[in-house]
Design a protein around this ligand. Structure first.
Ligand code: MG
Length: 241
């Protein structure tokens, strides 16, 4: 069922928030260093969590002494995608869809007042591979991806514009909820004046996420009622700065 008049927009991060791929992404980056840069992989000093795939590729190319041009970034990411398709099934025993996620996605899909999309540092094809593998891609009609911009904080307007194009209504900042597992997700939500929901299923604790400014943070989303209490309560009033 397609909701016709949503007045809330949920924007989901992928890694560490919806799913864990059992580090398939990191293994695929290492594979891409081997296949496209012909070098021994070493990801030390590369910031990954909460960064976009394009920003990660640029860091890696610089570390390995390559100019991060449009072509070299695209070439590296092609290698990454090919490797990711192999690594996802290999790493499946170590991966998971986090507690409460399916229940929340199902309920959000049922509710006509909620629209939901992706807001992720993954490139679009990587997001599709990961979420298809974990059978959650079909919950999302639209999203913003690293293809749109290499700086995560610049992504929310793309997701919002796509939601507005689909539903033919506007989603002011106070109707938007950004859900993620890192301080970068929180910063990205706050950059557009959205409500921010931190979830400590990735590498950061509830305290870390609250310190980063999350309006609310949960250890995981198993308490789906608490999640919807937050989503339902503050609508119509702007989030605290
Ligand atoms: Mg994440």
């Amino acid at each position: 069922m397609t909701p016709d008049r949503p007045n809330r927009l949920l924007l989901w991060d992928i890694d560490g928030t919806l799913i864990s791929t059992g580090r398939a992404g990191e293994f695929a980056l290492e594979d891409a260093i081997r296949t496209t840069l012909h070098s021994d992989p070493d990801l030390s000093g590369i910031e990954i969590a909460g960064r976009t795939d394009r920003a990660i590729a640029m860091q890696i190319l610089k570390k390995y002494g390559r100019e991060p041009s449009i072509e070299s970034v695209a070439g590296f990411l092609d290698g990454y995608l090919a490797a990711l398709a192999q690594r996802l099934p290999q790493r499946r025993p170590h991966g998971t869809v986090y507690a409460g996620i399916i229940e929340i996605l199902e309920e959000a899909r049922r509710r006509p007042d909620i629209a939901q999309g992706l807001l992720t540092g993954n490139i679009r094809r990587g997001a599709h591979l990961k979420l298809e593998h974990y059978n959650v891609f079909h919950y999302f009609e639209f999203g913003a991806f690293a293809d749109d911009h290499h700086d995560r904080n610049r992504l929310p307007p793309f997701a919002r514009a796509r939601a507005e194009a689909i539903y033919q209504i506007s989603f002011p900042p106070e109707t938007i909820f950004v859900i993620g597992d890192t301080p970068h997700d929180v910063a990205c939500g706050k950059a557009v004046g959205a409500h921010t929901i931190g979830v400590a299923t990735g590498r950061f604790s509830v305290d870390d996420l609250v310190r980063a400014g999350a309006h609310v943070a949960f250890p995981d989303l198993a308490d789906t009622a608490a999640f919807f209490r937050f989503v339902d309560s503050p609508c119509g009033r702007p989030p605290a700065p």
